[in-house]
Design a protein around this ligand. Sequence first.
Ligand SMILES: NC(=O)c1ccc[n+]([C@@H]2O[C@H](COP(=O)([O-])OP(=O)(O)OC[C@H]3O[C@@H](n4cnc5c(N)ncnc54)[C@H](OP(=O)(O)O)[C@@H]3O)[C@@H](O)[C@H]2O)c1
Length: 336
Amino acid sequence: MQNTVVRFVKRPQGFVDESSFAIEPAPMPQPAEGQVVLRAFYHSLDPYMRPRMTETDSYIAPFELGQVMEGGGLAVVVESRHPDYKSGDVVRGMLQWAEYQVATPGPAMLRLERGHAPWTHYLGVLGPASLTAYVGLKLIGEPKSGETLFVSAAAGAVGSIAVQIGKLRGCRVVGSAGHDDKVAWLRDELKLDAAFNYRTVASVGAALSQHCPQGIDIDFENVGGATLQAVLDRIRPHGRIIMCGAISEYNEPGPGLERIFRIVSHKVRMQGFIVSEHFDLMPAFIADMEQWLREGRIKYRETVIEGIENMPRALIGLFRGENFGKLIARIGDEPV
Ligand SMILES: NC(=O)c1ccc[n+]([C@@H]2O[C@H](COP(=O)([O-])OP(=O)(O)OC[C@H]3O[C@@H](n4cnc5c(N)ncnc54)[C@H](OP(=O)(O)O)[C@@H]3O)[C@@H](O)[C@H]2O)c1
């Protein structure tokens, strides 16, 4: 057996490239008492990993130079020196970008049932990204029937769930994405009221004026920058701006907002949140989402790339829109 890890070796200046990562062989890990050896088989690739490459104060510590990259993933226990875990148990948790690793089970490690759902769902439609959409709308957006909801990066993991929950809540939903096939999926499959390609319209502002003629009641903000400015300029009185992310600013800083008095004049609530503070809502989310899936009311897409050595390239691709729906890396065989 051999082990491979991906280390973070260089802080990117501007757009991240593969020189920030080193793919290296590593010894097979040996567990101490109370630990397990995990074999990872799926890894989640997420936009927040880019801000973690910059030294700044945030809700999570920046990656240290030389450390093995980490993120959410699924793994199977292959050796256990922990009384509550046995070989063959499958878990979701914060994992190193490594084929094999030792871990000390704690509250952040969740044991998963076999046969309940396809494994990728635990990182995708039943995972933290979907929970993010659910939490943002529930706690901040508070959608009401007839309101206009705009979602940026609408064909991504979070956005594609946010638009559909918005439809289930009776909103008029408009989404933006950066590829025509994503826009077609949003319009034709997810039945959005309107969708546009932000790369090919004259301007995001003009597209929003066209598709949200009464203005925007709720913004599920994934992109930030010029998109957020265009929303702010069209927000309605008592509008809610759910600050979920600002991916356009992760590699390079954005321009900053203008005309922010509109937040005052239009009595807008603009609030950020981090999903990991709301894992208490996971059971309610799973119950709702499983019902919606059974009823065929939620659709989802996954982009699954192969191989631990391709994880850096795939992560970089997130910032070019190369994923469609949840981006996942398959780095080993699914457990039987
Ligand atoms: N607050 C939280 O707890 C939390 C949790 C999870 C995620 N998030 C945030 O939610 C957002 C979506 O995350 P996700 O995991 O669902 O990723 P995702 O949407 O599946 O993938 C990212 C997408 O963003 C779009 N994009 C990339 N660069 C862009 C740019 N410069 N301008 C406009 N669009 C750009 C691309 O789609 P196009 O082809 O459409 O360009 C890309 O596919 C991110 O901002 C992320 O940080 C927040």
